[in-house]
Design a protein around this ligand. Structure first.
Ligand code: 5GP
Length: 201
């Protein structure tokens, strides 16, 4: 998605350790119109997959998951929770996930009420790095007996290998922007060169 690549070049910043900060439109301040465009672009890639439910993880996956859900006909969105609120009194599916940005392990959980064997699940997230979050969501869906139709993300950081690992495991993975490398002063994308003035072949 050209507009996303351009936005990353203009507003994104590599903050070391392979982390990209895009707080101006996705991770802190949210550009709702742009997130809707990204949701539509992801929905277009999965429109033939008969998806019945979107699954994501709190918190930064939620806006783009909602946008994709709207574009697929207002599907329900379930987000896995990282804390166990005392309102979660029904049974839960849970699994441990290593956080890439926080360098911690957290348990993510979904109420059994909202995920079941009748569901065809599309997993949506903002970033795909090592694939820990996506694999955790796959495990939750499988524990519930649901079918995983695919995984859609805004930004895939190819150099961290999660996307390829998921593809090798047989999942359909779609990314709106694929980053090859991040350095202090340059963000390189797969197959396209993007400068601050615009995109080049
Ligand atoms: P993974 O589990 O694939 O290693 O990492 C994906 C999760 O970590 C995403 O849910 C996202 O929230 C976070 N994440 C990974 N890399 C980045 C990054 O470069 N920037 C930001 N803002 N979040 C990231």
């Amino acid at each position: 998605m050209e507009a996303l690549r351009e936005r990353i070049v203009r507003e994104g910043r590599g903050i070391g350790g392979g982390v990209l900060k895009v707080d101006s439109f996705l991770n802190h301040q949210i550009d709702v119109a742009f997130v809707e465009e990204m949701g539509q672009a992801l929905a277009d890639r999965f429109k033939g997959a008969c998806v019945t439910k979107i699954l994501t993880v709190e918190s930064s996956g939620i806006p783009i998951a909602c946008a994709a859900a709207k574009a697929l006909g207002y599907l329900p969105v379930v987000f896995a929770k990282k804390a166990a609120p005392n309102t979660m009194i029904e049974g839960v599916y849970s699994t441990d996930v290593k956080s890439f940005t926080k360098e911690t392990v957290s348990t993510i959980r979904v109420s059994r009420q909202f995920l079941g064997s009748e569901d065809r699940v599309l997993i949506i997230d903002d970033f795909l790095a090592y694939g820990e979050s996506a694999m955790g969501l796959v495990r939750l869906a499988k524990n519930a007996g649901a079918h995983v139709c695919g995984i859609g993300v805004a930004v895939e950081k190819k150099f961290q290998g999660g996307g390829d690992r998921l593809r090798e495991a047989g999942y359909s993975v779609e990314s709106l922007a694929v980053i090859r490398s991040i350095s202090d002063d340059n963000i390189e994308f797969e197959d396209v060169l993007v400068t601050k003035e615009g995109e080049k072949e």
